[in-house]
Design a protein around this ligand. Structure first.
Ligand SMILES: CC(C)(COP(=O)(O)OP(=O)(O)OC[C@H]1O[C@@H](n2cnc3c(N)ncnc32)[C@H](O)[C@@H]1OP(=O)(O)O)[C@@H](O)C(=O)NCCC(=O)NCCS
Length: 188
């Protein structure tokens, strides 16, 4: 299935501090569309954008050799991003902490290209370890995407509240750990 929208001039690059507001806006929009039912309506309809802006302003404001964010713009508009935390876990390796693509540009290969750039960074900077991420149990579309790239579901756990604020959760949502062993190779 293909979604609408055209891709005219794609540019992938490492994120900088000036990207924080656009990344936060895309992140908040994606959470509102895909995390409802796991995160509370009050949070998604209220604080989510300011919460994401605070997180991304901090993340992108300070250079950290163990963190890597790639953004992709289409004709100057941010349309996706991925954030990697290198060597995050002694067992599972580097963590893909966030991967989001503009709603209107899903199934155009952008997610795959961002994941490949993340895997290349892991292979380059943390070659001894694997790669993993957490995906909401309810997010079966993203699970299908990760499986298509060779990710394997290895365990489940309860979702932590964003920013450590319990009221931001809806009920007791669960998440799945998807993993790629070292050396990380994504299925093409
Ligand atoms: C999940 C996400 C990052 C995938 O990125 P994408 O650019 O849409 O995915 P791609 O076009 O690279 O998909 C590659 C392959 O993955 C599989 N896939 C992707 N989305 C799928 C879906 N919704 N259902 C089933 N398979 C899917 C397909 O095999 C697809 O190949 P095809 O389109 O030729 O059939 C994107 O849809 C997104 O941002 N979703 C909302 C946010 C989100 O859930 N992020 C993940 C948080 S853990």
């Amino acid at each position: 299935m293909r979604f609408g929208g055209s891709l005219t001039r794609l540019q992938f690059r490492v994120a900088c501090a000036d990207d924080a507001a656009a990344v936060a806006a895309l992140h908040a929009d994606s959470w509102r569309r895909h995390y409802r039912g796991a995160y509370s309506d009050a949070f998604l309809d209220g604080d989510v954008e300011s919460d994401r802006l605070a997180v991304w302003t901090t993340r992108l404001g300070v250079a950290d050799p163990f963190r890597h964010t790639v953004v992709v713009h289409d004709d100057g508009t941010l349309v996706g991003f991925v954030h990697v935390m290198l060597d995050d876990d002694p067992c599972w390796g580097s963590l893909i902490d966030n991967l989001h693509v503009s709603h209107s540009l899903r199934r155009r290969g952008l997610g795959t290209r961002l994941m490949k750039l993340a895997a290349a960074e892991v292979a380059d900077k943390a070659p001894g370890g694997g790669m993993y991420l957490w995906v909401l149990e309810q997010n079966t579309d993203a699970q299908a995407f990760y499986r298509a790239l060779g990710g394997v579901e290895v365990e489940s756990a309860l979702v932590g509240a964003p920013g450590g604020v319990p009221a931001r959760l809806a009920g007791v949502p669960a998440k799945l750990r998807m993993a790629w062993p070292a050396p990380v190779r994504l299925r093409a």
